[in-house]
Design a protein around this ligand. Sequence first.
Ligand SMILES: Cc1cc2nc3c(=O)[nH]c(=O)nc-3n(C[C@H](O)[C@H](O)[C@H](O)COP(=O)(O)OP(=O)(O)OC[C@H]3O[C@@H](n4cnc5c(N)ncnc54)[C@H](O)[C@@H]3O)c2cc1C
Length: 372
Amino acid sequence: MKFDVLVVGAGFSGSVTAQCLADAGYSVLVIDRREHIAGNAFDEPDRHGVLIHRYGPHIFHTNSDKVAQYLSRFTEWIPYEHRVLAEVNEELLPIPINQDTINRLYGLHLDEAGVAEYLESVRESRQPVRTSEDVVLNSVGRDLCDKFFRGYTKKQWGLDLSELAGNVAARIPVRTNRDDRYFSDKFQNMPKEGYTRMFERMLDHPNITVEVGIDFESMCDRVRRKHTVYTGPVDAYFKHCYGHLPYRSLHFEHEHLPGVRRHQPVGTVNYPNRHAYTRITEFKYLTAQEHSGTSIVREFPRAEGDPYYPIPRPDNEALYQRYKALADAEPDTTFVGRLAQYRYYNMDQVVAAALKAVEPLVEAAKGETVRG
Ligand SMILES: Cc1cc2nc3c(=O)[nH]c(=O)nc-3n(C[C@H](O)[C@H](O)[C@H](O)COP(=O)(O)OP(=O)(O)OC[C@H]3O[C@@H](n4cnc5c(N)ncnc54)[C@H](O)[C@@H]3O)c2cc1C
């Protein structure tokens, strides 16, 4: 087999690079070891016809016009602003923490300025702010930290907040107003016909061939090519020569509830303090689908299994940098994506990274320097 470029992985990073390279005139083979495209964003109707996300809820949000415009070539959108409640003291309270969270938890009637004052009075000033515990204590103090964050983090990462890099907790804002949206990005929409349909359109190009159910290992020597785009785990590419990069995995327990129109009041309910699972998501909120029943997923974090989340800790980052040095020394391979760059990327960040990663190849195509 002969192609200009072999793309390993048909998730966001692989599909975006493949589409851009195909547009630039390259012939591209995309392979994925899974039996489907779309990577972790894969969605499909379950046995009951409810559109579900097989690998857990994926909510699209971005502040990047470039990313939104790029994806809009392959999908229409439906508006969706995600809302999350956390079960604390047997009550369901808004998370991110906002005015209503504090008033309902402590039986107060504070306005915006009052909440800001309250948080100022309970926060524990930390210097320097290094870990996720520092971030949370520094902004909301110990009680809110223990009720909303500590148990959830322990379940999600298998680590105490104090063992996790600060940027993980910094992803979750704290609000003094009543805004109960989980994200505040200017673009918050879901692909109208789902992620998989969007990926199908992205990959539907005369210069792209897609093969699923195929591992890089088995294809590596069989495909003649000038360039490889690799979106799998970077440590696996180098045969774990420096040891394994740690990833957190998840087990997804999907369930259909026949005859139940709504299982819970919002898209996701977090369980920071109870149950082995971290959260339950009800898909009909995300997709606006009408159905007489409903489908939910419970997420059980675990150490073993598919690599889902790079674990943001300084020692892991140091190990990644050793692999990155090897990757940088491979001129004919581009490493991009959540696993190849060992980054806790959202979908829009992966799209942006992929658009950037292909720039040199697209430029080269203009000068016909790479294409045979
Ligand atoms: C539970 C969960 C919820 C998430 N929710 C959100 C959300 O709400 N919003 C958001 O913006 N982001 C979310 N994300 C992040 C999002 O999933 C990622 O940003 C995105 O999927 C990364 O795309 P990717 O192409 O880099 O990786 P992936 O989607 O993982 O794709 C990589 C692909 O490469 C394939 N592959 C790997 N190795 C090989 C090999 N050796 N040979 C062949 N194929 C290989 C894999 O099978 C996979 O399909 C979530 C992630 C998880 C795990």
